[in-house]
Ligand binder design. Structure first.
Ligand code: FES
Length: 200
């Protein structure tokens, strides 16, 4: 008869003889670092980036709208009133230059509106009252008081805008209709029936 010691298998012997595993040491609580808080500097940077993106998108949107909408919606009307003929003395009146880019010229028998654009490259000439002429500051073209070129590179007189009188006797200017006198072509400045000038 075998003793109890003789019945123990090699495997059970190993299990019995294996020393207990040492458990891993627990991390100290102080080693857990809190990472969820966002520093104020990062928040500020994020705000600046989003503000830049929003600004760029707004600019692109406005450019898109500006490109596709009809110009007449976004720009002032080319038709406006400038008072009655009695408001203008003989000579050149520059009071509408800033607002409408025009001069009103009155002669002994006509009143007409000169579009204040140099026919060379489009600068706005200056009215020189002491010299009774317009002088372009860009390349020196000179025009007389009726806008007729006489010096410098300007190829033709300055254009004139359509003028009519409304039922109240107010002068109505239409910058959408211009009268020209291109070199070697017909002079349109005498087309009174089409509104090149008003008789006074
Ligand atoms: S734009 Fe006026 S002279 Fe050139």
């Amino acid at each position: 008869m075998e003793s109890q010691a003789d019945q123990i298998t090699p495997a059970s012997a190993t299990a019995v003889s294996a020393p207990p595993r040492a458990s891993a040491p627990a991390k100290p609580a102080a080693a857990v670092v809190e990472t969820t808080a966002d520093p104020p500097v990062n928040k500020m940077r994020r705000r600046i980036v989003w503000a830049s993106i929003a600004g760029a998108l707004t600019t692109f949107f406005l450019m898109f709208v500006r490109f596709f909408l009809p110009r007449s919606i976004l720009e002032p009307s080319p038709i406006f009133r400038i008072g009655s003929p009695a408001d203008y003395a003989l000579g050149v009146d520059t009071k509408w230059q800033q607002q409408y880019r025009i001069w009103v010229t009155r002669t002994s028998d006509r009143l007409f509106v000169i579009y204040a654009v140099c026919t060379h490259l489009g600068c706005t000439p200056d009215w020189k009252a002491s010299e009774n002429k317009f002088k372009c500051p860009c390349h020196g073209s000179g025009y007389d008081s009726e806008g007729i070129n006489f010096e410098g590179p300007a190829p033709r007189p300055m254009d004139r805008a359509k003028v009519t009188l409304d039922p109240e006797g107010q002068i109505v200017v239409d910058l959408g209709t211009l009268f020209k006198w291109p070199k070697g072509e017909r002079n349109q400045f005498n087309d009174q029936d089409r509104g090149a000038y008003i008789s006074v």
